[in-house]
Write a protein of this length. Structure first.
Length: 169
């Protein structure tokens, strides 16, 4: 007796991507001016840091199915990042900056909702507002932790130290 394989399990209906949008929103930024000393030389540096949210919103439509189609839906994915760049001002006043470094933060959000009206992605916009506000409220804490974890070790590794401010007379 020959036995056939079991029929494949029913696959979920495929979806068609109708529209996709990506954008970035700045939640907070901070320039940290530093006066550095190394081997008796002094140099001015600015550490530029930005907290931002990357948003991806995708509108999908279920593939045609027997019995009529379901309404379009939209999904959003929000991810937060810290971007850091070191800029040094030369004695001639020329400013040169490193390539910006972006590090992902743990703050994220994602969701899905039915599309009530064309272009109405209000729940995604609300979630982005909440995430941006949360980052902005924690900006001082995030920037302070970044200084301890990344900026100060970078300066130590370069053999530079932050100059103490000279009291004015």
């Amino acid at each position: 007796m020959v036995q056939a394989d079991a029929p494949p399990a029913a696959q979920p209906a495929a979806e068609v991507v109708v529209a996709r949008s990506n954008h970035t929103t700045v939640a907070a930024s901070l320039d940290l001016p530093l006066s550095l000393v190394k081997a008796g030389r002094r140099e001015e540096m600015v550490v530029r840091r930005v907290l931002f949210v990357n948003a991806v919103v995708t509108q999908v439509r279920p593939a045609e199915a027997p019995g009529g189609g379901a309404p379009d839906r939209y999904r959003w994915t929000l991810a937060s990042f810290l971007e850091r760049e070191y800029c040094v001002r030369s004695l001639t006043g020329v400013l040169a900056c490193t390539t910006p470094e972006a590090a992902p933060l743990p703050d994220k959000s994602e969701g899905e909702a039915p599309l009530a009206a064309p272009g109405d992605i209000s729940l995604a916009v609300q979630a982005e507002g909440v995430l941006s506000s949360t980052l902005a409220a924690r900006a001082d804490e995030i920037f302070a932790a970044d200084r301890k974890a990344a900026v100060d070790p970078f300066l130590r590794a370069a053999g530079a130290s932050v100059a103490r401010a000279v009291p004015r007379r």
